[in-house]
Design a protein around this ligand. Structure first.
Ligand SMILES: Cc1ncc(COP(=O)(O)O)c(C=O)c1O
Length: 458
């Protein structure tokens, strides 16, 4: 069929073909998943939005796919389909679903108690492993990366006596209110999708483009920035790599201004057992970890340099007794500590990461070959075990460019097409993660399915 030239989107896909494909794939999804449909109907009776967390509707499927089990790199759905899982709980299962080392540790600990608000010997061991892996000496815990970021931000403001948080445009660090400030035509604007926020976040959050050293220097100049909170590679607006020399110069500017650098390695831990910072020689004052740290159990941690830790302790000691605003009752519970001990000692190792990185390279190369064959103006970026493709020919250098390359309808159609071919990638942008159990066959299935989509849609 001849495609009129005006029908082509910037992503190189025809709108008419995309809409036709989407309609077909919705019908196919409904036909293939009768048990999920029945379970979703039952769930809608008492679950607000029909799912336990409203984000679960962001897959955009006619109804939520219901899970029967998840093991290794595979997810079994309620209708018996075995999906090759490249979403991996959006990184929570980066070491595979239910890794045996972790489930064994959980079984052992469950017989000995779940939560006590007192430590056991795991605390010292986990902190020592974190110090060895991530190069920072002193650690505290949280249940989620969101909480870890929230707590770190509070520590940073308390330790420096400065009010301002500096972030990069298009960042995501969990549901920490302070980070939801975007740069729109050069002006900082509170994100309008944020619900129930009554404070003007732009008063205490400054935002600049990633890879823009001049803007960073200007934003630091007033001397009121407590910390720069950043992913070493932006991973939540598609992927944005740091340009050569960006981090070495950014670190120098941050240090000179007296602000702290907090690196959120929640996703970039895909780079290796010490995260992106250790793999690329970055020196942060604080590091935040979450998601896969407990092998899929809710666990997070943050570490401080010795100098920063001293200032943090001084801030706590000089405050009156009472609520610090940092911590939650179940933080560092016995089960979480056991999960982190098992994950760090048995999975966060070079031996685990090496084959994951090799397979991610295979996936990147396979995708590039398919895109070339279809002459698609898309790019592929790899950060360790993490691979992303974006609907632009040249990799973006900042959040604005990355945002402009997004095409929600195309993403949605593609994800649904893949799901119907028993391959799962994240519902948000186009992230694919390799876990230790992912096979070359899984990678080949994913590449073939994307090939099929492009054949059907372009
Ligand atoms: C970089 C980064 N930090 C923090 C978080 C928050 O993690 P959680 O939702 O587990 O709190 C996310 C979630 O996607 C993230 O991508």
């Amino acid at each position: 069929m001849h495609t009129p030239i005006t029908d082509l989107r910037p992503s190189g896909v025809s709108t008419a073909a995309l809409h036709a494909l989407l309609a077909r794939e919705r019908t196919l999804y409904i036909q293939r998943n009768p048990t999920s449909q029945a379970q979703a109907a039952h769930a809608a009776e008492h679950l607000l939005f029909g799912v336990p967390l409203h984000w679960m509707n962001d897959w955009g499927t006619p109804f939520a796919l219901q899970v029967a089990s998840a093991q290794g790199a595979q997810l079994l759905d309620a209708d018996g389909h075995r999906l090759a899982d490249f979403c991996l709980g959006d990184t929570g299962a980066m070491f595979g679903h239910a890794p045996p080392a972790v489930t064994a540790a959980l079984r052992r600990q469950a017989a000995l108690g779940l939560t006590t608000m007192l430590p056991n010997e795991d605390g010292a061991v986990v902190a020592e492993l974190l110090a060895q892996r991530f190069g920072l000496p002193l650690w505290q815990f949280a249940m989620t990366a969101t909480d870890a970021n929230r707590f770190v931000l509070r520590w940073m403001r308390a330790a420096t006596g400065r009010p301002v948080l500096l972030v990069f445009n298009g960042c995501y660090h969990g549901t920490v209110d302070d980070v939801f400030v975007d740069l729109v035509d050069g002006v900082a604007v509170q994100r309008n999708s944020l619900l129930g926020q009554v404070h003007d976040l732009t008063e205490t959050t400054r935002v600049v483009e990633f890879n823009d050293l001049a803007a960073l220097e200007a934003a630091l100049a007033p001397g009121d920035v407590a910390c720069v909170l950043a992913e070493p590679v932006m991973t939540n607006i598609g992927m944005v790599l740091p340009q050569d020399g960006f981090w070495s110069q950014a670190q120098a500017l941050i240090k000179k201004s007296g602000a702290m650098l907090v690196l959120d390695e929640t996703h970039t831990i895909s780079s290796g057992p010490g995260g992106y910072a250790q793999a690329h020689g970055l020196q942060a004052d604080a590091v935040v970890l979450g998601k896969p740290l407990g092998g899929g159990m809710p666990c997070a941690a943050y570490g401080f340099s010795a100098e920063l830790a001293e200032r943090v302790v001084a801030a706590k000691r000089s405050a009156p007794p009472g609520h610090s605003g940092i911590g939650t009752t179940l933080t560092a519970n016995l089960l979480a500590m056991a999960a982190m001990r098992a994950t760090l000692s048995e999975l966060v190792t070079p031996a685990t990461f090496a084959p994951m990185h090799a397979l991610a390279a295979q996936l990147s190369n396979g995708l590039r070959a398919v895109l070339l064959r279809h002459t698609m103006p898309w790019c592929v970026t790899q950060v360790g075990a993490r691979v992303e493709f974006q609907f632009c020919a040249v990799p973006p250098v900042n959040g604005t460019q990355a945002g402009q390359a997004m095409d929600a309808e195309l993403e949605h159609a593609l994800h649904l097409y893949l799901l119907n071919r028993e391959v799962l990638i994240t519902p948000f942008h186009n992230m694919m993660l390799i876990c230790p159990d992912t096979t070359a066959n899984d990678v080949a299935r994913l590449v073939a399915a994307i090939d099929g989509f492009l054949t059907d849609c372009v």
